[in-house]
Ligand binder design. Structure first.
Ligand code: TEU
Length: 589
């Protein structure tokens, strides 16, 4: 790997040690990736059997969504034993074999670290809830009913916070006479990070995984671990939610809280600083809903020794309506471009970006922001990949994104399994909304759109399982599957592979300064990356043809056409480019 100039103050890492600046990460959602034993749920041996496929894409890292012991209330994001693999997915020996298989192919493994909360079936919580005097009582957030209220009555909760998964963030525990906090499902009680014993236990567990060969962590909602607790231990109410809701928005009181930087720095020095395993340089990416650019600059500033990068959510919200994700609006491209440019410019020379469209929580981007019609699906999936992967940062490819997999958008609530979707449906219908209204909001954005089984080939159940899949396979699998894509040199798969090659080969992709062109254009996404060379990306993000002038770019447009979705596209004419629907091009000079 060639030595690289780094455009930011690298922490005490030698040239080339920030390997993740040139890396691409592939996210595997294990229960939907590949089932090896016919029980209808993906597992570790299924992933082991597909390592050559993942390696062929050219990615450097696999991020594995949780495989720990869990009652699966939130598909594994509710952990009951951090030191063991859930039998649904296999054994620790299987995981060791997966790590060895990845390392043998020059890839690394990043585990999903879920430590804002545990499962309510974790022994820590069982001890904590056993009594008010339990030594682990203070490992979680326990509070008495609001003064003057009877525990368990609506309105008696210690704060009025509305949860991520609907309803209150407090669950009444009759046996011990107090409420416990759960920002997510009631089966996901929040750990109390104010307690140093909790933090020590988390860092010990992290080191245990690093010693086992893990190369980094994706940290689930890590910016929620510091709550704005008052000196008397109380927590403030949130501003009332709009409409008849009795709840409030507690997010200002638990998002990017007062001790977050302190906790992340402590974690960095305890685990992430390297040396945990023969000086291994680990990758750390924080999932940080609600993080601002300024907070991300702080968290990812190498000099502060916290995290390497974060997943921001602002760009994922540009099409949210007044009701948030459940009321999607058509994308206004200039809004998306402006947000991405702000993060590119804001972190340049200061921190580092992660780059994503998809994950297990987001709908499939080709359906959301592309065009998943048979005519335009492939070109739009390729073009969405192009405009994302050639920005500055570390790209994340979610399983099936490299195939242009699409949403399922089922119309019956019975087809869904996601706890967030089901809780939202129940709360909305209980609040008087009609089934049709609620399902119209759920179809385009439910997390289950991303969780349908990986489509391997056109055999029954898309080759995912020989049994009955835990979630229905997308009926598009005969046309959209890995076998067909790998065999087709013009597939989305091979386009993603070429994009990844460009990142591995060209310093300008890693270090080039980003500049957005035509910010107000509603069809075209164009930008340059400048270092010793200049890269120009120009993309038609619409299903209509477009002609566009790129003032000052005639020189680079006369350069090398590195990558295009339309090999027969008309060559540039000076600084004018004519693009077919969903046509994108990459020029280098
Ligand atoms: O998601 C955190 C989060 O913010 C989610 O609520 C997500 O943004 C939302 O579902 C989008 O509508 C993480 C995990 O990625 C998610 O799968 C878990 O359910 C959640 O934390 C709790 O662990």
């Amino acid at each position: 790997m060639t030595a690289r100039s780094t455009s930011v103050t690298a922490r005490a890492l030698g040239p080339g040690q920030e390997w993740w600046r040139r890396a691409v990460v592939y996210q595997v959602y294990p229960r939907s990736f590949a089932d090896s034993d016919g029980d209808g749920v993906g597992d570790l041996r299924g992933i082991i059997g597909r390592l050559d496929y993942i390696a062929a894409l050219g990615v450097d890292v696999v991020w594995l969504s949780p495989i720990y012991r869990s009652p699966q209330a939130d598909n594994g994001y509710d952990i009951s034993d951090y030191h063991d693999v859930d039998p649904t997915f296999g054994t620790l020996a299987d995981l060791d074999e997966l790590i060895a298989g990845l390392h043998a192919r020059g890839m690394r493994l990043v585990m999903d670290l879920v430590v804002n909360h545990t499962s309510d079936e974790h022994p820590w919580f069982a001890e904590s809830r056993a009594s008010k005097d339990s030594p682990r009582r203070d490992w979680y957030w326990w509070r008495p009913p609001r003064p003057g209220c009877r525990g368990g009555e609506p309105g008696a909760e210690p704060t009025n916070w509305h949860g991520f998964f609907s309803g209150s963030t407090w669950e009444w525990d009759e046996a011990s006479g107090e409420y416990y906090l759960h920002l997510f499902d009631r089966k996901q009680p929040d750990l109390n990070w104010e307690n140093p014993a909790v933090r020590r236990a988390v860092y010990d567990m992290m080191r245990w995984w690093v010693d086992r060969g893990v190369d980094g962590f994706r940290m689930d909602v890590i910016n929620l671990i510091s709550k704005a607790v008052r000196p008397d231990g109380s927590l403030p109410d949130g501003a009332p939610l709009p409409g008849p809701s009795r709840y409030g928005d507690g997010s200002p009181h638990y998002t990017n809280g007062p001790r977050l930087d302190e906790f992340l720095h402590e974690m960095h020095d305890a685990v992430l600083a390297g040396g945990a395993r023969d000086g291994a340089v680990l990758l750390s990416v924080g999932e940080t809903p609600g993080v601002t650019l300024d907070q991300a600059r702080s968290i990812t500033d190498p000099a502060r020794r916290e995290l390497d990068m974060v997943f921001q959510f602002e760009h994922m919200g540009v099409d949210h309506g007044p009701g948030g994700k459940w009321q999607l609006r058509p994308l206004h491209l200039p809004d998306l471009k402006a947000n991405l440019a702000r993060w590119q410019e804001g972190l340049a020379g200061a921190g580092w970006n992660s780059l994503y469209w998809n994950n297990h929580d987001q709908p499939r981007v080709v359906s959301r922001w592309g065009d998943d019609s048979p005519e335009h699906r492939v070109a739009s999936a390729k073009t969405l990949g192009t405009v994302l992967h050639l920005q500055q940062g570390t790209p994340y490819v979610y399983q099936g994104e490299e195939l242009g997999m699409t949403n399922v958008s089922w119309s019956q609530i019975e087809d869904y399994q996601d706890v967030e979707t089901l809780n939202y449906y129940r709360e909305s219908v209980a609040g008087g909304a009609s089934d049709g209204e609620v399902m119209a909001g759920i179809g385009p954005v439910s997390r289950d759109n991303a969780r349908t089984p990986m489509q391997w080939d056109d055999s029954p159940q898309a080759g995912f399982t020989t049994g009955t899949p835990w979630l229905s396979v997308n009926p598009a699998y005969p046309q959209i599957n890995a076998a067909a894509a790998v065999a087709d040199p013009d597939s989305v798969f091979h386009h993603y592979r070429r994009l990844i090659e460009l990142r591995h080969r060209l310093d300008v992709v890693v270090d080039g300064r980003f500049e957005l062109l035509l910010p107000e254009h509603e069809q075209v996404f164009a930008y340059t990356r400048r270092a010793a060379q200049t890269l120009l990306v120009v993309a038609n993000m619409s299903s209509e043809p477009v002609a566009v002038d790129l003032p000052g770019q005639a020189g680079v447009l006369a350069g090398e056409l590195l990558l295009t979705t339309h090999p027969d596209g008309a060559p540039a004419d000076g600084d004018r480019v004519r693009l077919a629907p969903w046509e994108s091009r990459v020029y280098l000079a």
